[in-house]
Design a protein around this ligand. Structure first.
Ligand code: SF4
Ligand code: SF4
Length: 254
């Protein structure tokens, strides 16, 4: 399912979901990294020893929920945008979901946005509570959304309503703007795969992590198709450049 649609299965989600008891105690990371890739900044950046040491750089991260403080340091260091923080103690009715977000412009604190699930479907309105953007460190910005508590394990993206213009980057790895995407659709490209092949959108380091839902939404709007019925493309894990020695185990991983 993940390779075909980019969307994890229910069983995969359950395997990384903190228990109800842990979620009642405070903020905690949810690591949605389901494929073996040569990558480990989550482990190296965690100062609390909450992520088990990688014996092999291709291992998937294993999180000890009881050691995790929900500090979010791993979120800004994960190149795959695969880590979220959920805090169900935020209020009686709402949870805070911290989402890595690499689009510009960033939202303003205090505005309301449309929260989307992993498939890119709208599920609720959400308030932007905080925007962290440590530009000087070249880290991924993080947007904190207040959402109804029952959606803490559902909300993983959001749309800033009426915020996108033709010059907004849809695929920031391959620099495809919304205007260029609309022009391709007008020219007759009707599937995500066609858009990917003609524009390279989704073929950069994040492998479509940030652009595929936006392209699907735009295609659905322009063609009247339902997103769940539209053909998907093959999704591969995010790409991170590493030294060849790290693959062979010939050097220490710093
Ligand atoms: S949220 Fe903080 S404590 Fe938890 S895994 Fe990430 S870096 Fe470690
Ligand atoms: S993509 Fe993110 S969660 Fe996965 S191994 Fe790399 S840093 Fe860790």
């Amino acid at each position: 399912m993940l390779e075909r649609t980019g969307i994890p299965t229910k069983a995969e989600i359950e395997s990384i979901t903190p228990s109800d008891e842990r979620r009642r105690k405070g903020p905690v990371a949810v690591i949605e990294c389901f494929q073996k890739i040569p990558c480990n900044p989550c482990y190296t950046s965690c100062k609390f020893g909450a992520i088990r040491e990688f014996k092999d750089i291709n291992e998937r991260p294993v999180l000890d929920f009881d050691k995790c403080t929900g500090c979010g340091i791993c979120v800004v260091n994960c190149p795959g945008l695969a880590i979220f923080i959920i805090d169900e103690t935020y209020s009686d009715t709402e949870a805070l979901v911290k989402i890595p977000y690499e689009f510009v412009p960033l939202p303003y604190e205090g505005i309301f946005v449309t929260a989307l699930n992993r498939e890119g479907k709208p599920i609720c309105r959400a308030k932007v509570v905080k925007v962290q953007n440590a530009k000087f460190q070249d880290k991924t910005p993080v947007v904190s959304l207040a959402v109804p508590k029952e959606y803490s394990m559902e909300v993983r993206f959001f749309n800033i309503d009426d915020y996108f213009s033709d010059s907004t980057y849809i695929c920031r790895c391959e620099e495809l703007t919304l205007g260029e995407l609309r022009e391709l659709i007008r020219m007759g490209y009707r599937t995500l795969d066609e858009i990917k092949r003609i524009s390279r959108a989704g073929m950069g380091p994040c492998q479509g992590r940030t652009c595929r839902q936006l392209i699907m939404q735009e295609l659905a709007k322009a063609t009247g198709q339902k997103m769940e019925e539209m053909p998907m493309t093959t999704f591969r894990p995010p790409v991170k450049a590493i030294k060849l020695g790290a693959l062979t185990g010939g050097v220490d991983n710093e």
